[in-house]
Ligand binder design. Sequence first.
Ligand code: DC
Length: 224
Amino acid sequence: MINIAIDGPAGAGKSTIAKRVSKELGYIYVDTGAMYRAMALYLLREGTPEDDMEAVSRTCLGADISLRYENGEQAVLLNGENVNGLIRTPEVSQMASKCSVNGDVRARLVELQQKLGREQNVVMDGRDIGTVVLPDAQVKIYLTADPRVRAERRYKEMLAKGEEADLDMIEKEIIERDHRDMTREISPLKKADDAVEVDTSHMNIEQVTETILGIIAERRGAQA
Ligand code: DC
């Protein structure tokens, strides 16, 4: 199976790019952040205190998270319910980052992610894909962008959806989340030694997609 790993901080453009690249290659797109978000939604619904790691470890056992593909789109199921429309709020974002420091939460989701990578050609995005989930991925990309640029992208996305948004607040939340994701003990966000870093601060979506497809073709050519 061909596995392509895309890691990077919040708002670097991972999901937009991974979706395009997977479509172009005819591979399945696996958004692992959505799995942590579905878990966070479950913990919030259960009223689990975010800083009580024992409670998080215990409660996470009640969440059965799976993926389904409908017309090429990934749907995340939480105990059978499609929760795609409920997991993009700031509250769920912060809880996802907080609960993802928990080893029991990670073990459950990593197992599912590895199974998908064994069974299908995937483009998988997240924080620890190249380092932990798919260490043997044929191609690894580390996508970054300046925090202000990432905040501006999220801000525009929210305005486009008719949501209220505060640019400074979004930037503050992104920086806070990056810090937690990069400094946690288990599987922190970091560039894999064999990943190619792409800074998207001054690139548009088409340019990033072309760059990544170029890197994939080059790496795969070298491996053939
Ligand atoms: O990519 P995202 O913003 O949807 O991810 C939400 C949170 O989930 C992120 O702040 C950290 C966590 N996460 C993780 O720890 N490992 C992954 N592979 C993907 C996401």
